[in-house]
Ligand binder design. Structure first.
Ligand code: AHR
Length: 309
């Protein structure tokens, strides 16, 4: 697209489209693919030139992508960080080059907050708390301790860390009568979710009464594993998940998932708005979060047709 060799001929910012370099972390889930679509569509809509890089779950590839954006002198860089730590050096390089960075979706843990201008994304801790609250209500009256298993997301990623913490804090606060039988990282993917749930069932069998999955893809994989094992997902095993994808809602409408805590991937329009405001010299709020709901089986049939991702 010629961006790399415009050299001194680069027209002043006001006369050319803004250029945004976006480092996406991968394609692990329906949520992620919806997020990518939203960003691409919103960029087109806003007339922003998007340099999009997909890092296949590799932080190293993300860092390389950011370096290439710096070299190409983009106007703004946005990053969806695969894990929380390890971002300081490359963020410093962007800052030294005078390019503002927006952190999108997952957070980056940095000691110097001036290394990025804004973080746009969900409150994952609150999502975990919502999942915990649902569980406490759902098991009221059940004789305990109720056997629980957890499918965590990518190790070291902020959604996995925060969804785990929020959930545990809520169970502790409400003194839930549960016992955590197994908890493992299954990378937010369908396949890993299925494979890990299969193992949980081999090891713990019918002691498992509840599954908390950090996203819908892993929950959907687990549903298959539970059925293959001969138990009824949503009935013999209560399933709580996060995201609210169309496929997740369909499963909930079929009674095989009991509760989904919504996490909104449609961040494209907010991100493009932020890019434009930065170009106009405006200061962004340090934290922009998205409003989200909780859905249960009773609402699933009415909602499923309305899902946009
Ligand atoms: O960072 C958001 C999480 O990443 C979503 O919940 C999950 O599905 C995705 O892969």
């Amino acid at each position: 697209d010629g961006l790399s060799d415009t050299g001194d001929a680069t027209p002043p910012a006001a006369q050319r489209p803004l250029v945004l370099g976006f480092s996406q972390l991968g394609t692990e889930s329906d949520w992620r693919n919806a997020n990518t679509r939203s960003i691409k569509e919103a960029a087109t809509e806003a007339g922003i030139d998007l340099l999009f890089d997909n890092a296949d779950q590799s932080q190293q590839k993300q860092i390389e992508a950011v370096r290439s954006f710096i070299q190409r002198k983009v106007d703004v860089i946005a990053i969806a960080p695969v894990i929380e730590t390890g971002w300081e050096p490359v963020l410093k390089e962007a800052k030294d080059a005078g390019i503002p960075v927006i952190i999108s979706d997952r957070s980056a843990n940095v000691s110097d907050p001036s290394l990025y201008v804004s973080f746009i994304g969900s409150d994952f801790y609150e999502e975990g708390q919502k999942a915990g609250k649902y569980l406490v209500d759902k098991i009221r009256g059940m004789s305990g301790p109720v056997g629980l298993v957890e499918l965590r997301g990518t190790e070291g990623s902020s959604p996995s860390i925060e969804r785990g913490k929020g959930f545990r804090d809520q169970l502790e606060k409400k003194k839930a009568n549960v016992v955590l039988l197994r908890s493992e990282a299954a990378d937010f993917t369908f396949e890993k979710g299925k494979e890990t749930m299969r193992r949980f069932l081999e090891e713990e069998g019918a002691n498992i009464k509840v599954l908390y999955a950090h996203n819908d893809d892993m929950a959907l994989g687990a549903v298959e594993a539970i059925e293959e094992y001969g138990l009824r997902p949503g009935k013999d095993i209560i399933i709580i998940s996060v995201d609210g994808t169309k496929a997740g809602f369909e499963m909930m409408a079929a009674g095989k998932i009991n509760c989904i805590v919504e996490c909104n991937p449609l961040l494209g329009p907010i991100l493009m708005q932020a890019v434009k405001e930065l170009a106009e010299g405006r200061q962004l709020p340090k934290r922009i979060s998205t409003p989200e709901s909780v859905y249960t089986e009773t609402m699933a049939k009415d909602e499923v047709g309305k899902r946009q991702y």
